[in-house]
Design a protein around this ligand. Sequence first.
Ligand SMILES: Cc1cc2nc3c(=O)[nH]c(=O)nc-3n(C[C@H](O)[C@H](O)[C@H](O)COP(=O)(O)OP(=O)(O)OC[C@H]3O[C@@H](n4cnc5c(N)ncnc54)[C@H](O)[C@@H]3O)c2cc1C
Length: 471
Amino acid sequence: MSLLPAAGAVVLTSPPLSRRNRDTMPPLPPPPPPPLLSALPPRVLPGLGSISRRTFTSAAAAAAAAHSTSLAVCHGGRPLRYAVLGAGFAGLSVAWHLLKHSSKDSRVCVDIYDENGIGGGASGVSGGLLHPFSPKVKLLWRGAEFWKECMDLLRSAEQANGATGQDETLIWRRGIIRPPTNEKVADILLENAQSCLQSCSLEVLDSDAAQYLVPGLRVPLNFAVYMPLALNINPKKYLQALFSACQNMSGEASASQSPSGKKECKLHKEHINDLQQLAGDYDAVIICLGAKVSSLPELTNKLPLRTCRGVIAEFQLPSDAVPTYGSHSPSILSDAWLAFQGPRTVSIGSTWQWKSENYSSAVSDDEALTAMEELLPKACAVYPGIINWIFVQARAGIRAMPPLTANGSLPLLGRLDNVVGERSKCSFWLVGGLGARGLLFHGLAGKLTAKAVISCDESIIPSEFTCWKVR
Ligand SMILES: Cc1cc2nc3c(=O)[nH]c(=O)nc-3n(C[C@H](O)[C@H](O)[C@H](O)COP(=O)(O)OP(=O)(O)OC[C@H]3O[C@@H](n4cnc5c(N)ncnc54)[C@H](O)[C@@H]3O)c2cc1C
């Protein structure tokens, strides 16, 4: 599928939005400007204004760079060896940032281990919905930064995907629309929609405008919140492309630099039994094993994570039915989400089965039926036309859910040596608990961790992500 134009362009051509309820509705925002695609290479994402808050001060960044150079020197020409456990969103983001941010003078080997290969865990089955807001469109804590880092990775993956001559785009669809289904949620949505994030804006649309975007959409409260720049990505394809980006980066670094600056990135399709087996070989091991992290004996019962299994049901429009879901129409977010991947395929998600120990991505007939009984009424409430679609298959994954904090459910980051115990000179790090928003979190979580690993300085990671260790 070719790269879709930004959904905002559709609004420009819509009929006048005259019948708005001015008593209950805030003014309709002006139509978005046409996307600035002409200035960009065709496969690159549109520009996304710069963020206001910076994670690192320039002094901290300079100190980290100096530290990493000194580490390279004290390794006396021996490559710095990093093991990244897990090739999901977390692991590949860490690998990419390790290659990106390590000193250009140091030889660096990044070995990625995953028993199932790239995207073999929750990341590969996820819905691929990406935006920096809560389900009730409240901007998440550090939402702008999470979004910005994610867009940087996506841009890199897009470039790598283009370079490998892949026809299929990483982005299934642009834009997400959120119609409320009851008065209480409607009030919260309207209040939250006031928040302003330039790089991923929100628009309040009346029924006409919403139904123009999605013919057949049910808009019971007469408005919907629209996120024109939100995305639905193809998670497996994205992860493959991100791995290609890692390999390209090591190739480019090796070609342009002296042997001392050589970079390598390899994938090993292997099961990791315990951390002991890696300690002697690596300078640092970064653990990104998703919900299975607690199966490592060194970490069993030591992390504040709960598992939550989710099932996604895939439907297709029968071949004799006329497609009614336009290729420019956004995905729908409500009590369930509907991610349309083409005119005839939609994924509907997701269920929440807490404390599940079923790690299989396969779904039994019974489990699929139970999931459909839960998901279909929720989908019908916003898109009744779904009854004409036919169930094809279901897939499942397990989320690693972190504790809820004052800043929301945040990933668990930080150095683990005190949890794992001293193992030679190897340091151990965690990128875990990405919960239900791993796609949004993985860019910043991977960047912070890689910078902390390279400089051997955990204080680079904001305390909100490491305070779980104190608790
Ligand atoms: C049904 C569902 C829908 C979702 N939809 C979305 C969405 O739309 N948007 C969003 O942002 N998030 C979504 N999420 C959440 C998101 O998928 C997760 O937050 C994210 O995938 C976690 O990434 P991870 O890299 O930490 O873990 P994983 O993707 O699970 O990666 C861990 C990897 O480690 C490997 N592994 C595990 N143990 C071992 C071992 N001992 N040895 C070797 N390899 C091992 C696994 O094979 C796996 O590939 C969804 C989750 C589910 C379950």
